[in-house]
Design a protein around this ligand. Structure first.
Ligand code: S5P
Length: 275
């Protein structure tokens, strides 16, 4: 795939969305394509994990609806840490409703996601209105959106024609707000990419379901190694949850494990540039 042979830093010029530009700049600056997912049960624990792994990541992914102690103080501190430790915040909300509803879910309620999260994601199942509803809120703030084109879980229905139509939906919407995909492969197939006025279409592919030890869990999750994701399947960002925050051995172990994944992801990226 042509995009996978271009260094992250060079891909910046193919983007206009501020969040896409920021992600690529951070990846290049910190030599990391690692995103850590902090799916722990309290906001306090999540911040502890972020303080430990922050230096190793380009992105911190949250599910704030998991926290039993969520308050706006959490997002204030997360934003502060994102500036101090240089990473982007991704609330993994997986919106899946009509445009009007998702615009309310994105801007309002307890979590006010658009006010603090650089990046969020949505299922394509409702059709393009979901992108319109989210972009109305997020685009003026410089936020970015990923569409879920594939999933890592066993038996996922997001395959084949669904995946292809999701890509086309993003392409139709334009890259001012939709900057890429959650996927297991390069769903922006080379033959579908268009050159507009000499400018290449560039999408960020972010892959969850990454583990160096486990192959899966008891609830259908499936893991691949960073090398399989980045070299074999062309992912730009690897997303790791339990493989990092779930490691036993205390604070230092979590930090070391994040560094181990950062190195594995970065070495895979350097290897693919030479293909
Ligand atoms: O297809 C997907 C999409 C996502 S965003 N598969 C996933 O596992 N995710 C998310 O990635 C999931 O919600 C979780 O937050 C993370 C994977 O966590 P892990 O602990 O299995 O690494």
């Amino acid at each position: 795939h042509p995009t996978t042979l271009i260094p992250y830093a060079e891909r910046i010029k193919a983007h206009t969305n501020p969040t896409a530009i920021k992600i690529l700049q951070i990846m290049d600056r910190k030599k990391t394509n690692l995103a850590v997912s902090v799916d722990v049960s309290t906001a306090a624990e999540a911040l502890e994990v972020v303080r430990r792994v922050g230096a190793s990541v380009c992105m911190v992914k949250t599910h704030v609806d998991i926290f039993e102690d969520f308050t706006p103080a959490f997002t204030e501190e997360l934003v502060r840490l994102s500036k101090k430790l240089d990473f982007v915040i991704f609330e993994d909300r997986k919106f899946a409703d009509i445009g009007n509803t998702v615009s309310l879910q994105y801007s309002s309620g307890v979590h006010k996601i658009a006010s603090w999260s650089d990046l969020t994601n949505a299922h394509s199942v409702p059709g393009p209105g979901i992108i319109a509803g989210l972009s109305k809120i997020g685009q003026p703030l410089g936020r970015g959106l990923l569409l879920l084109a594939e999933m890592s879980s066993k038996g996922s229905l997001a395959v084949g024609g669904y995946t292809e139509e999701t890509f086309k939906m993003a392409q139709e919407a334009g890259r001012e707000f939709v900057i890429g995909f959650i996927a297991q492969n390069r769903v922006d197939k080379a033959e579908l990419l268009k050159e507009k006025e000499g400018e290449r279409e560039d999408y960020l592919i972010m892959s969850p379901g990454v583990g160096l030890a486990a192959k899966g869990d008891s609830l259908g999750q499936q893991y691949r190694t960073p090398r399989e994701c980045v070299v074999d399947s062309g992912a730009d960002v690897i997303i790791v949850g339990r493989g990092i925050y779930g490691v036993s051995g205390g604070e230092a172990a979590v930090r070391d494990e994040a560094e181990r994944y950062r190195k594995a992801g970065w070495e895979a990226y350097e290897e693919r540039l030479k293909l």
